[in-house]
Design a protein around this ligand. Structure first.
Ligand code: GDD
Length: 323
């Protein structure tokens, strides 16, 4: 019999890649989508596989609908990818962020505990939970203290702890994947990678003249969503539930990102970038670099994409879209 997966956030970047991956593995897929007035846009990333999916309207803040879906579907695996995922926006919408991300996770865990305790649970945890803590060797790992500096990071830390607590207290198969930044052509264009790539292509095509950014000196460990959703599936199919770090182990600054992207299109980023207060955060995570030794050694997982190959793919995507 086919395994059944339930994915919250299925219409997002990771949800869409994960759904494709699990379909390839023969899973029956259920997904949670929110009702929006612009119905034709909300499933853009999954329209090509829509006929193979079972989509349910619902919301992370509605415990009744989550309970009903989980009770009816009895999924083998539940991937909680739904979130208000934008760090800067979380300063503007702290209550919504906490309700969606933290209480939303609690709603799912309670639904599993009460109606489908055999379901395995994956929680999309984030490197943003570390805040500015870095081990002496320059990496973050499971043992690095967590000290978030945004409402988003705080909301994710609450979910991280709940997931651990439901694992130890209620013996659920519940795991955290602490994923460092991961991107793709499907990334929202208000996140820095896709903003830089899209705007650089627009500048090249004469559609825009400048790129307005905030902090150019923060460093991120950027991987590709395609690689990271494969790690999520491995995490839920290990012999015991536990937490994992998923990262490339390399770090680059926003400035490096701009330099590479503009160079690839024969331009100098210095000629086009303006720094704008509007894009700075109240508090910043300055440096992220994850130690993913364990997932590499235990599963043989490693990223297929290099940073450059990922940015090249994003450039190709925007060039063919905007041509
Ligand atoms: N978004 C954005 N827009 N970021 C900018 C800009 C800008 O105009 N200018 C500079 N930056 C800097 C941010 O200050 C941050 O240091 C870095 O670019 C990356 O920002 P984002 O792409 O917005 O991602 P993030 O690191 O804040 O958060 C992402 O990664 C987390 C994992 O660490 C999100 O995907 C989170 O949901 C995820 O958990």
């Amino acid at each position: 019999m086919n395994k059944i997966a339930f994915i919250t956030g299925i219409s997002g970047q990771d949800g869409s890649y994960l759904a494709e991956h699990l379909l390839d593995l023969g899973y029956e897929i259920h997904g949670l989508i929110r009702r929006q007035s612009l119905t034709e846009r909300q499933t853009e990333r999954i329209d090509h596989i829509d006929h193979k999916l079972n989509l349910h309207y619902g919301d992370m803040t509605d415990e009744h609908c989550l309970y009903k879906i989980i009770q009816e579907v009895q999924p083998d695996e539940i991937y909680n990818l739904a979130a208000m995922s934008h760090v800067k926006v979380s300063f503007d919408m702290p209550a919504f962020t906490i309700k969606t991300n933290s209480l939303g996770t609690l709603n799912i865990l309670e639904a599993i505990r009460n109606s489908s305790p055999q379901s395995k649970f994956y929680q999309a945890s984030s490197s943003e939970m570390f805040g500015n803590n870095i081990d002496n060797d320059g990496f973050q790992r499971l043992s690095t203290p967590m000290n978030p500096v945004s409402p988003y990071g705080s909301s994710k830390l609450m979910s991280y702890n709940l997931t651990k607590q439901y694992r130890t207290g209620y013996k659920l198969y519940a795991c955290n994947g602490i994923l460092f930044n991961h991107e793709s052509p499907r990334r929202g264009t208000t996140f820095v990678t896709n903003k830089v790539v899209k705007t650089a292509v627009e500048i090249k095509y004469g559609i825009k003249n400048v790129l307005k950014l905030g902090n150019l000196d923060s460093h991120r460990d950027w991987g590709h969503s395609y690689d990271y959703v494969r790690a999520m599936h491995l995490i839920l199919n290990y012999e015991t539930p536990r937490d994992w770090v998923v990262s490339t182990g390399e770090t680059k600054s926003v400035r490096n990102l701009c330099e590479y992207t503009f160079n690839q299109m024969g331009m100098n980023y210095n000629d086009y970038i303006i720094q704008d207060e509007k894009y700075f955060r109240k508090e910043e995570v300055n440096y992220l670099r994850g130690d993913s030794t364990e997932i590499r050694e235990i599963f043989g997982w490693k990223p297929k994409y290099t940073f450059n190959a990922m940015i090249d793919e994003m450039i190709d995507f925007w060039q063919s879209k905007l041509k």
